[in-house]
Design a protein around this ligand. Structure first.
Ligand code: SF4
Ligand code: SF4
Length: 177
């Protein structure tokens, strides 16, 4: 099999796995109890506040640069070393549940993925502005980095990271050791 066909085969496999993982995350969310949801809501507020702070800082640069470029929202962009086919919207369980907390997310557009594009893209990201995964909010291309004060961004990213690192999945799921 040629290298291109191998890549296509891997991409399709990873897309299928990503969809299954995403469905699993939603099932876990739907099974949360009252105490788990209360804990989640508190953690989610800090996560979303920091994502929003970043979004407000980067919006002018995004508006200038991104409408004519979808590079970082493609599943596989070898020239930028980006490969995001293994998870929908780049979500892992913890950031998924933190954004899902009090928000119904838009339905993924699965047909995008056949065209090497994120399922949450439609003339821009369709996720609510404070509902981005850590990978998405953490990515800045060289163009953006030149225009943005990355030291200020780093402070907000640290807050987001510390919410994720200290998040107690068992507490959220109501599992007692
Ligand atoms: S962040 Fe950079 S790579 Fe991504 S869409 Fe905007 S300009 Fe393109
Ligand atoms: S979730 Fe949004 S920002 Fe992240 S890759 Fe998809 S379209 Fe781009």
């Amino acid at each position: 099999m040629s290298e291109t066909n191998n890549l296509k085969r891997d991409l399709q496999h990873d897309i299928q796995m990503a969809r299954k993982k995403f469905e699993g995350y939603e099932k876990l969310y739907m099974g949360l109890s009252g105490d788990g949801k209360k804990y989640l809501r508190n953690q989610s507020k800090t996560y979303k506040r920091s994502v929003l702070d970043i979004q407000q800082l980067i919006l002018p640069s995004i508006q200038r640069n991104c409408p004519s470029c979808i590079n970082c929202c493609q599943l596989d962009t070898p020239e930028l070393s980006i490969y995001i086919a293994g998870s929908l919207g780049c979500f892992q369980f913890v950031d998924y549940i933190l954004v899902r907390s009090d928000t119904v997310l838009p339905d993924p557009i699965f047909k995008n993925m056949k065209g090497n594009l994120c399922a949450f893209w439609a003339e821009g990201c369709i996720l609510p502005i404070d509902c981005r995964s850590f990978t998405c909010i953490n990515y800045f291309c060289d163009k953006l980095k030149k225009e943005i004060d990355m030291n200020v961004i780093a402070g907000h990213l640290n807050t987001i990271k510390s919410v994720m690192d200290s998040f107690l999945i068992q507490k959220c799921l109501g599992i007692n050791k």
